[in-house]
Design a protein around this ligand. Sequence first.
Ligand SMILES: Nc1nc2c(ncn2[C@@H]2O[C@H](COP(=O)(O)OP(=O)(O)OP(=O)(O)O)[C@@H](O)[C@H]2O)c(=O)[nH]1
Ligand SMILES: [Mg+2]
Length: 444
Amino acid sequence: MFDSLAEKLQATLGDVRQRGTLTEDDVSAAMREIRLALLEADVNFKVVREFTSHLKERCLGAEVVGRLNPGQQVVKIVGEELTELMGGASGELSFSPRPPTVVLMAGLQGSGKTTATAKLARYLREEHSASVAVAACDVYRPAAVEQLVKVGTQAGAAVYEQGTDRDPVDIAAWALERAREEGKDVLIVDTSGRLHVDEELMAELVRIRAAVKPHDVLLVVDAMTGQDAVNVAEHFARAVQFDGVVMTKLDGDARGGAALSVKAVTGRPIMFASTGEKLEQFERFHPDRMAQRILGMGDVMTLIEKAERQFEQDDALELERKLRRNQFGLDDFLAQLKTIRKMGPLTSLLGMIPGLAGHQLQNMKVDERELDRIQAIILSMTPEERKRPELINGSRRLRIAKGSGTTVQHVNRLVKQFGQMRKVMRQVGRGKMPDMGALMREAR
Ligand SMILES: Nc1nc2c(ncn2[C@@H]2O[C@H](COP(=O)(O)OP(=O)(O)OP(=O)(O)O)[C@@H](O)[C@H]2O)c(=O)[nH]1
Ligand SMILES: [Mg+2]
């Protein structure tokens, strides 16, 4: 997501950064480029106008023109303004002091409500240790109830459903009662989709809201529909009001216009971002981190959080010890690889690494099959070979290639890559930050 915007902004700001001093003309030229980049990213034109005029004002202010290192100041200001554009502070769900907290999901047909309902359930279970129930209030679309039963159960939530014969308002009220009785922390209410912003269904949503008095109403919006998504959100904001947005299908949206416009247009922040069909492809939306990602500064915070969740403290200590003694072997590598793969698809992780975001990334596809191959190769080695890869000579290579169903070239490449990786890890161990970009190119 945001790929081409990121590339253009980074190019413009790269130019700006290289100049010794900045004149007013330099700033104006940069603002023009930024304006174009945002328009090309399908950001609402009114939003673009306001954004750039405000940005220009700040950049022309005393902070920049004629100052030392003015380029860096401009980058900093652009980062701050992008953060502000997306809502400033991260939007929070409001949890009720008296459970269950009720979350009502609304949105157009196919925007991803049911999927987001399950994802949010999983998220709340994992991050807040909450017991979650989901209520099936879409009684119109065939199979909508079955769908929620399936994904809700996968997410570890209790699914409350009464088939498709009852009024959704009654189902919602019944589900709330049941959630209370069963002591659930959170009840998430999935509703039926609207093809357009349709009066009748909108009225139903208002009735469901009156029946369950949600603490949070989340509007689910499909990022791939660009400015349409923003218009829909504007209509919803008038008709039912909502507290935050779940922006879905960001994986299929290279431009990012909806994500960048929706807060400015509706006054409501994006709270969650969905980046794929899998339950775990769902995260809190942090405007500051997103701005940094767009500007190529990488989203180190999210990466660290993801990693922390996966690595147990003890494992980390053990790893550090091995690195220090230079005992890091292919078995450890395999364990690491498995841990990293649990964090999600690698391409999405790479975008969070500073220096890899933006255009470099587009040329680099991580082939998940390659990872399967690496695992197979390591598993075909003897324990001794895994510990000391330098033992792997020609005949061993042939044996390993046969055993793993790969070729000697594959085995060679892995051994070489592993050698390079050990080198890097030793550098990091000594407190030096390696040049990731150069390494990835070298390793290919
Ligand atoms: N690529 C991608 N697909 C998604 C994402 N979120 C949902 N989908 C897919 O979008 C389709 C529609 O999702 P649903 O959750 O059924 O949408 P809905 O809003 O509940 O649809 P209705 O109940 O018909 O109104 C499904 O095929 C989902 O797998 C996402 O973040 N990325
Ligand atoms: Mg649905």
